[in-house]
Design a protein around this ligand. Structure first.
Ligand code: SF4
Length: 327
């Protein structure tokens, strides 16, 4: 049986801006086992990337992690010193970013950057790590002789993302966080990169948090899907289950708004707009857009409860009759 790898509880993050305090994460709850793949989906601004950065402890000023727990292999990352956290990043948790060219260092050659990542993770010298660079670049389908001496600006988007994947996976992390890894690439390259990532993750047996706004890609690539809305996780279920039996009114709206291959259906958007998180709605943050809203929704934030077997939802429609889920 797969052991527990990550357990995020009540994670709260704010950003201090001239307009006021943005309450970006409002008590996020997530959990992940070893070798499991979890997709986090939701509209732009719902807190997907902020969640990833908070797990990595990479929230920078004017942002701040206000409270919560990020237990990774039983240790709360939020309680570690920066030095201890440095060892976790790059050794046990790696991240692939949305904009691969921007994420690479512009002044160092590809070979040096990959070697540095390997040296850091394996506690070996840079010279020893350099010997492993050809294998790392070949693994992601790059011609290492042509790539090793290039700078970031000399790479196409697809090549740069392959380099990022090589760096992220060469360190053999227990957890890989991929934040919209294909959104900056064109469609044909996107499919190649996803297939590559899929194969490498299978071989490496890494657990994955895959951040995307694309529910279809999420369900294909991942075992489990967590849907976020306005700073909260509102539903978590096995990928097939969430498509077959979505429970939260927001998830139902998301699924209704995407075209599915082979199905003729009328596409409907979700009425209303994503709330301003400087002054978010009280209670359930989805209530101004929800057609099922009732009085309790406006005053009380629903907790994530297990509404059916391994299917969790944060909505008062389900919590009324069921018992409150306790992790
Ligand atoms: Fe709608 Fe209420 Fe459920 Fe929120 S808690 S999604 S407002 S029914």
């Amino acid at each position: 049986m797969r052991g527990s790898l990550l357990n995020v509880k009540d994670l709260r993050v704010v950003f201090y801006t001239y307009r006021g305090v943005i309450k970006a994460l409002n008590g996020v709850r997530l959990w992940l086992n070893e070798e499991e793949r979890l997709a986090i989906v939701g509209e732009t601004g719902c807190g997907k990337s902020v969640t990833a950065l908070a797990i990595m402890r990479l929230i920078e000023s004017p942002g701040e992690i206000k409270s919560g727990q990020v237990e990774f292999l039983g240790r709360d990352l939020l309680q570690l010193s920066e030095e201890e956290m440095e060892k976790i990043r790059g050794k046990h948790i790696s991240m692939i970013f949305q904009e691969p060219v921007a994420a690479l260092n512009p002044v160092f050659k590809v070979g040096f950057q990959v070697a540095e990542a390997i040296a850091h993770s394996q506690n070996i010298s840079l010279k020893e790590a350099y010997d492993l660079v050809p294998e790392a670049l070949t693994m992601v389908g790059l011609d290492w002789k042509r790539t090793i001496d290039l700078y970031a600006h000399e790479l196409s988007g697809g090549m740069a993302q392959r380099v990022m994947i090589a760096m992220a996976l060469a360190v053999k992390p227990k957890l890989l966080i991929a934040d919209e890894p294909t959104s900056a690439l064109d469609v044909t390259i996107q499919a190649q990169i996803l297939e590559l990532l899929d194969n490498l993750v299978k071989v490496g047996k890494n657990a994955v948090i895959f951040i995307t706004h694309d529910l279809a890609v999420a369900s294909e690539f991942c075992d489990k899907v967590a849907v976020m809305y306005a700073g909260n996780v509102v539903e978590v279920a096995i990928s097939d289950e969430i498509f077959a039996r979505p429970m939260h009114p927001y998830t139902v709206g998301l699924i209704d708004s995407i075209p599915l291959v082979g199905q003729r259906k009328e596409l409907r958007g979700i009425p209303g707009i994503v709330p301003d998180l400087v002054d978010p709605p009280s209670g359930c943050r989805f209530h101004p857009r929800c057609k099922y809203v009732f009085e309790k929704c406006k005053v009380e934030l629903p907790e994530l409860v297990e509404a059916s077997n391994d299917h969790f939802v944060a909505c008062h429609l389900y919590s009324g009759g069921g018992s409150t889920w306790q992790p």
